[in-house]
Design a protein around this ligand. Structure first.
Ligand SMILES: Cc1cc2nc3c(=O)[nH]c(=O)nc-3n(C[C@H](O)[C@H](O)[C@H](O)COP(=O)(O)O)c2cc1C
Length: 219
């Protein structure tokens, strides 16, 4: 089949687009408002943009009433946000924190998770999550979109501090992803979690390229 989004119909019972870019890691983002209310929400339009220094982004559509989401407003007003890793064990809390509620609601309490303080920024970390990034707001890019919710705010932040629980690190220094089981969004209401891992090295053994794949751009 072939279709041109916005121009021709896909003809399927369900829109296929979100099921094509998969799996999408989840940006479980915590912020705090200028009034001091703690906020938490998942964004599957989330990625790292680069690694040295590390930057991440999440893309937030507008609310059902056509307004910027609390996460975006808090980030832009305070200049800070925190990324928490979403795991299979925390899946219900992740889902609960997606409820569209008033800005006065403490969404850590709503989701039933514990606040842990950060070192450099004011938003709290989800204590139950194994990995956290403390992020400093860099920029918002706004893309126009269709309908009430279509316009999207792409929020970019620099990762200023990283917390990894010691029991999530293997003896060889790698993160134990099979133990922590990160979850990711598929299309529709489907999710996956990491249950297998396989390895491949880029052919050619150029040490600079291998270092880049490993996370260092400074070779
Ligand atoms: C797993 C998951 C992924 C989501 N991904 C996005 C996303 O990428 N962008 C978005 O705008 N909303 C996304 N949502 C919906 C938001 O989490 C929801 O609108 C939330 O209420 C926003 O919270 P806030 O208003 O406190 O910022 C997602 C929801 C779930 C459950």
């Amino acid at each position: 089949m072939y279709y041109e989004p916005g121009k021709t119909e896909h003809g399927l019972a369900r829109d296929p687009f979100k099921s094509c870019v998969i799996p999408r890691p989840i940006g479980w983002i915590s912020t705090v408002s200028v009034e001091g209310v703690h906020n938490l929400a998942p964004f599957s339009q989330f990625q790292n943009l680069t690694f040295d220094p590390p930057y991440v982004m999440f893309a937030s559509n507008q609310t059902t009433r056509g307004q910027r989401k609390d996460t975006v407003r808090n980030t832009e007003q305070t200049g800070q946000f925190v990324w928490n890793m979403a795991t299979y064990e925390l899946r219900e809390a992740v889902n609960k924190s997606a409820e569209e509620v008033a800005p006065e609601v403490d969404e850590f309490e709503l989701a039933g998770v514990t606040k842990a303080p950060c070192r450099l920024v004011k938003p709290c970390r989800v204590a139950e999550s194994p990995i956290h990034f403390e992020c400093l707001y860099h920029q918002t890019i706004r893309l126009p979109g269709n309908g009430t919710m279509g316009t999207v705010d792409i929020v970019i932040g620099r990762v200023a501090a990283i917390h990894i629980k010691d029991d999530a690190i293997l003896p060889d220094g790698r993160i134990d992803v099979l133990k922590i089981r990160p979850i990711a969004r598929l299309g529709y209401h489907d999710y996956t979690s990491i249950e297998t891992v396989f390895q491949m090295a880029v052919p050619g053994n150029d040490p600079r390229r291998l270092a880049g794949m490993d996370g260092s751009a400074r070779f």
